[in-house]
Design a protein. Structure first.
Length: 421
């Protein structure tokens, strides 16, 4: 095993509001510095690429001083918020764009899938585009021909392979483009968020193929996605970008944890209704969490907690029920709590009232979770609050044994007993 990709001091600068490098005076100034052997004067200008704040400079660093290595056969997940520089980095690695400063050393051919149907010609058929795309990726006609049937079968486009791709849906285009990139013999495969276009079946199929490519064929994969479940399933190491710089590099679960903290700095400890202009007969007015073992808005696993919801009704005696969903950071629902399942079936409204959901022994391991709350009227969803509350859970002695399963292996704690017979 050796180093497949080595990136040193990589930076990319753009000038805002102009096509090309800027004005003629800027270009002349750059040329004058260059022939005198001086550094580009505009490299010292520019601001960090934070899209949430208004800048004052005409220059912005999309990437700044990026350094990392990727080993052969490794699957590196590149994650970060929108505007962090992920796609810019992949374009530089794929030689689609040139760095302003720094070097990239890659060992072997690179197959890139940066956007849906990159390199596809709309007027050509799927068959013709397979050969065109393969040639763009540096493959010989013989190599493409030997893999052609496998590519088409994987993409599921057999029926349309001789139809111009302008008549393909976006899902068909991405399936065919991914199949070409994944099956041809490049040493490095770069995939940027395109799997979000495919359906769930294809996403699972594509992730399985990338795992085979990395573990079975020893090829290197760089994978960008906002779906943390896909990143966790596929990658063994992660690179976290923030505002065009490297925030962290390391084991994938640690990197995902750091990303989620950055992405969720504001922990919602109480929900208060904001009038959205919709006239309702009854609505959720506020919600919060109570526990005897809460410190810094954190809950201890195994402790009793209460989720307390206040409603306001325009009429009394409305027939309502309450549902609460607890989700992990990948968006998967772990727990569904409903008044119809325990305690009472439905409740009749007062003008305003409070409903408590009591969990005697909170069953989730350490981590960050979000809570959705839904008020049902006459058996139908009526007022839903998505991401109403956030919950940070710290490990507690749930089993009374001082031991807990690894959070990577189990999210839910279940009371159980063992007997010898």
């Amino acid at each position: 095993m050796g180093t497949a990709i080595k990136v040193e001091n990589l930076s990319k600068q753009y000038r805002l509001g102009e096509v090309g490098t800027g004005t003629i005076s800027h270009d002349l100034n750059r040329w004058w510095h260059k022939i005198r052997g001086k550094e580009d004067p505009y490299l010292k200008l520019g601001e960090v690429n934070d899209r949430a704040t208004k800048g004052t400079s005409d220059y912005v660093w999309a990437l700044r001083d990026i350094n990392f290595e990727v080993q052969q056969g490794e699957v590196l997940g590149i994650i970060g918020k929108n505007g962090a520089g992920k796609s810019t980095l992949l374009k530089l690695l794929s030689r689609v764009a040139s760095p302003t400063i720094g070097t990239i050393k890659a060992k072997g051919r690179i197959a890139s899938l940066l956007e849906v149907g990159t390199g596809f010609n709309n007027e050509l058929t799927g068959r013709e585009n397979v050969f065109l795309n393969g040639a763009i990726l540096g493959m010989t006609k013989a190599e493409i021909k030997s893999k052609f049937d496998e590519i088409v079968a994987f993409s599921g486009t057999e029926r349309y392979i001789d139809t111009p791709v302008k008549r393909y849906s976006s899902g068909m285009r991405v399936r065919l483009a991914f199949a070409v990139a994944a099956h041809l013999e490049s040493e490095i495969l770069i995939v940027d968020e395109v799997l979000a276009v495919g359906d769930a079946e294809f996403q699972n199929k594509a992730i399985g193929k990338m795992q085979d490519v990395a573990s079975g064929e020893g090829r290197t994969v760089l994978f960008v996605s906002h779906n943390m479940a896909s990143v966790a399933a596929l990658c063994n190491r992660g690179l976290l970008l923030a505002n065009g710089t490297v925030n962290a590099l390391g084991e994938i679960h640690d990197i995902i944890g750091k990303y989620l903290i950055i992405n969720n700095k504001d922990i919602a400890t109480k929900y208060t209704f904001q009038n959205d202009g919709i006239v309702r007969d009854v609505w959720i007015n506020s919600a919060h969490i109570e526990s005897n073992e809460v410190s810094n808005n954190n809950v201890i696993s195994g402790s009793e907690i209460k989720i307390i919801v206040q409603y306001i009704a325009l009429h009394t005696n409305l027939k309502c029920s309450l549902h609460i969903g607890i989700y992990d950071n990948y968006g998967d629902k772990l727990v569904h709590l409903g008044s119809v399942y325990s305690g009472f079936d439905t409740f009749r409204t007062e003008k305003n009232g409070i409903i408590e959901c009591v969990i005697p022994k909170f069953p989730l391991v350490e981590g960050k979770y979000t809570i959705n709350i839904s008020l049902h009227l006459n058996g139908r969803p009526y007022h839903k609050i998505k991401d109403a509350l956030s919950l940070i859970v710290e490990n507690g002695d749930f089993f009374g044994s001082g031991k807990l399963p690894n959070p990577k292996e189990s999210k839910i704690l279940v009371n159980h007993n063992w007997n010898l017979s």
